[in-house]
Structures are given as C-alpha cells and as structure tokens.
Design a binder for this molecule. Structure first.
Ligand SMILES: [Zn+2]
Length: 348
C-alpha cells in the first residue's frame, strides 16, 4: 500500500560500458563445442542505442576458432561497440602440458584481438582433477600460474566469478532466503558434498591476486556483495583488485547506505555490469532488454524507494525490494565507463 514516487530513467546519464554480458556461449568442461550467439550484433545494437550503452563486453567467447568468430562478428564488425574476452580451455586442464598450452592459448587469443580473460565459477566449483570427476581443483592451483602471468604481461584484465551468494551454500529449507531461486536452479546449490565454503573460495582467489600483483582482477558480482566489510578489506589489501555490480543490485539495493558509501570510497575500482543474456528467460534479473537497464539506472541515479530489482512478478533472487542510491555525477561517470575504459585500454 506504499505510495512512493517512480522516476523513469530511460537513458543512462553518461554513455555506459557494460562490462559483463554473455552474447555468446562457447562450451565448457566437455570441450569447446560450436559457439552459439544468443543474439545478433544488430539486435544488441538497437537496445544499446536506446539505453545509451556505448560498449558491451562479451565475456564468454571461448578460445581458438570460437573466439575468432565472436571477434569477427562483434568486435571487428562494429568497432567500439563490442569487446570480446577469451576463456580458459577447461577440458585440457588435466593434461600434463596444460600450464604451457594455456599460456600459449592466451597469447593466441591476444593476437586474435581478445581484450581480457573470463573465468567462470567453473574454477573452484565444477572443474575437477579429471575435468568432470575426482577432487575439485582449487582456484589457486599452481597449474594456472602461467595463465595469470600471461594475461598480466599482455595487460588483459581478468573478469573472475568465484563463489556465490551465501544462501547457495546453505540447506535448501524454509530458512533459506533464496528458497525459490534455488528451487528454480537446483544446480546452483553448493551445500554439502565436497564443496568448499564461500569464504574458502574467496580466500583462494585472494591468494591468486597476491601471487600475481601485475595482473588486474575484476571480481564479478561485487566479489561478495552480501559482505561489503569483507570486500573492503580485500580491496584495501589488493591494489590489483576491482569489482563490478552485475546481478547484485538486489543485494546492494537492500543495503543502500552501505552500498553508496562503498561505491563512493572505491569509486575508481567499481564498474558497471549486468550479466545480461539475450533471451535469457530463466533468469529475469539478467534478460538483455530495455527494462533491465532502466532498473539499473534507477538504482544508481535516483533515490527512489522500495522498488523491484528485476522485471518479474516474483523477485527472482529473494523476496525483498531495493532502494536507489543516487550517486554523484562524478562517481556515476567513473562507474558507468571511465574505470572500465582505463582497465580495457580504450578511450574514456
Ligand atoms: Zn556472468
């Protein structure tokens, strides 16, 4: 019954770089497969032009021929509008020569024009000693050291997703605040079995950031959006760490004062992202469309109160609403584009 004002923000106040999108998918543990485009460049561009998005960073383009196809159809065909990242060859991770092969694949990706490296939560939660069987491989496993060093030397930032919301590590029972989300996606539960805790995964990622100070890491989903004091401690200790906000305005927006203080304090290291997937109807908080961007802009640019964080009848990540944080212009500009542009080596 609450009467509260709705501010419609149809376009971002400044041109946006969306640092976290999935226009393509290029396979996983079972090998590269054939790259799939969830939408054409033209389909994306119409939303981008309406919503003031100058550039979409497509993170999941694989490597080799898949990567080349994504670069050709997106980055090369539409200069400045799309950037493409490469991914590790997970299916080769059990091979004896993997460390060298992976470092070589990074150099190959760089030659093809890849702008960075995406590491899915596959590392830490799915990838095992025999790829799909055996013990889980740790995020800080030494076999990846040549990969982390190679991207650092080539100035390719790493977009890394590790761990997940705390509720995903708890029993799916009536006390779990994401009960409905976990019922919709049971494979997102990492409770029990041999899974490490959320904090163990976070700490393993910190070991990697410590060991590779020349490599720039963008910890996706605010690293650990439910524990901003912990993320602050990490940012204070690791100058090569950055964060982006994709799919976590539900978390940031239910702690609007802490969130705005956090973004203000780390204003040079927080960037805009959505985790947008064209036609991704299973996750309303990630469907690439006008509505998605309007919600992000409303959260960042207004002080509207108590509104939905996703375009869905039932809030998909938990039954609560969010509050806008109305960032200052200078901070907004950095978050929307300047921080990402600096890291990607493109003009602001
Ligand atoms: Zn993502």
């Amino acid at each position: 019954m609450l009467h509260s004002a709705e501010t419609k923000v149809a376009r971002a106040a400044y041109p946006v770089i969306d640092f976290h999108t999935h226009i393509t998918h290029a396979g996983g543990l079972d090998g590269p497969g054939k790259i799939r485009f969830a939408a054409s460049a033209e389909e994306c561009l119409s939303v981008m032009d309406r919503k003031n998005i100058r550039t979409m960073v497509n993170l999941t383009a694989g490597y080799g021929a898949n990567l080349q196809e994504a670069i050709d159809k997106l980055q090369t065909a539409h200069p400045g509008r799309f950037l493409v990242f490469t991914e590790p060859a997970w299916s080769k991770a059990a091979d004896a020569d993997y460390p060298r092969v992976q470092a070589d694949l990074i150099e190959d990706a760089h030659r093809r024009g890849a702008k960075g490296l995406k590491v899915l939560k596959t590392l830490g939660l799915y990838l095992r000693e025999n790829v799909t069987t055996g013990p889980l491989i740790r995020i800080d496993d030494r076999r990846f050291d040549p990969m982390w060093e190679a991207v650092g030397a080539l100035k390719m930032p790493v977009a890394i997703h590790s761990a997940d919301p705390e509720a995903f590590f708890l029993p799916i029972d009536r006390f779990n605040e994401r009960w409905e989300e976990l019922h919709a996606h049971p494979d997102w539960s990492f409770h029990g079995k041999d899974f490490p805790s959320n904090r163990e995964l976070q700490e393993a990622r910190r070991n990697v950031m410590r060991r590779h100070p020349r490599t720039q890491f963008v910890c996706l989903h605010v690293a650990d959006s439910e524990d901003l004091p912990y993320v602050s401690e990490c940012l204070d200790q690791h100058p090569n760490m950055h964060v982006e906000i994709a799919a976590r305005i539900g978390e940031l927006g239910r702690q609007p004062r802490a969130a705005s203080q956090f973004i203000e304090k780390y204003q040079d290291r927080v960037m805009f992202g959505t985790d947008a997937v064209p036609h991704g109807d299973k996750t309303p908080q990630q469907v690439f469309n006008d509505q998605l961007y309007e919600i992000y802009y409303r959260f960042l640019e207004t002080k509207d109160e108590y509104f939905d964080y996703a375009p869905a009848v039932v809030p998909p990540q938990g039954r609560w609403k969010i509050y806008g944080i109305g960032l200052r212009d200078q901070v907004l500009r950095k978050l929307y584009a300047d921080n990402a542009a600096r890291l990607l080596g493109i003009s602001a």
